[in-house]
Ligand binder design. Sequence first.
Ligand SMILES: Cc1cc2nc3c(=O)[nH]c(=O)nc-3n(C[C@H](O)[C@H](O)[C@H](O)COP(=O)(O)OP(=O)(O)OC[C@H]3O[C@@H](n4cnc5c(N)ncnc54)[C@H](O)[C@@H]3O)c2cc1C
Length: 286
Amino acid sequence: MPTPYPKEFRRDVVAVARQGDQSRAQVARSFGISESCLARWLRLADREDGAGGSASTSRLDDAAVRELLKRTKQLEQENEILRRAAVTEAPMTRGKEVFVVGGGNSAGQAAVHLSSFAARVTVLVRGHSLAESMSDYLIHEMNVRPNISIEFGCQIVDGGGSRRLEWLEIENRASGSTRRADAAAVFILIGAVSATDWLPDEIATDQWGFVLTGRKAEESPLWTHDRVPYSFETSVPGVFAVGDVRQGSVKRVASAAGEGSVAIQSCHAFLSQHPDTGAAACVSDH
Ligand SMILES: Cc1cc2nc3c(=O)[nH]c(=O)nc-3n(C[C@H](O)[C@H](O)[C@H](O)COP(=O)(O)OP(=O)(O)OC[C@H]3O[C@@H](n4cnc5c(N)ncnc54)[C@H](O)[C@@H]3O)c2cc1C
């Protein structure tokens, strides 16, 4: 598959961000990327610089920045940059063959939604069952929709087209055999990415950026206090994290809301033990 953002494009966007004329949010917005994506590119560039790499530090003049913005539009038109969502794109798939990659609830919901528009929706799953990863009601819903089919034990190994996606090559993981299939679109729902790049280093996260809380925060070297963290407390005393962003959370609305209600209790407990901190936090907020 083509890299969504060509290397020279990433390098030039990093150069614009490093110039510091605009905030990171403004730079990200101009080039149609998320702030966390820009933060990641900057970190990578810093690392490349440190390793004697070629990340650009030269200043781009106004003309070069205008060219880069034009290039952003071009990339979007060429469909090299893929940032589409199953919900908003579904009507565009009317009468077409589309694929959904993933075996979780998000993939199931996307497939069901797309099946109201597309001629056929094929769900590609690496494993051999949906039972552990998808809710029963979604499995049932997919089974009763005649234009949804599910292929287990497979993965996409290639794809292409002239100006937009036209075909995919799908590999059977057990036999290694491949087949080529017409495809107007592919929706990839293989897991969430945490948007925690902005957090200070004092808040411990795992390698994927999910925030450590409670016992996990205590096990982190960043927790240096002689007490056990409160439920949902992070490695910074008095800072709590709940819901999907928390490492090990059950990715459900009810559990996120439940965790929130428990964390409120922890906040009260923390403030009663540390009345000065609470007062100081209030003052610094204003
Ligand atoms: C396709 C799909 C289907 C799902 N179906 C179900 C279902 O049927 N039943 C179920 O129980 N769960 C379902 N879930 C899971 C459920 O949506 C989540 O578990 C739940 O929303 C988690 O709540 P949260 O508050 O932790 O995170 P979110 O609901 O994601 O809320 C986080 C909020 O923080 C905002 N935010 C992020 N970064 C910042 C920042 N730097 N500053 C300010 N705001 C920020 C985001 O914009 C967002 O509004 C589904 C999830 C997906 C993706």
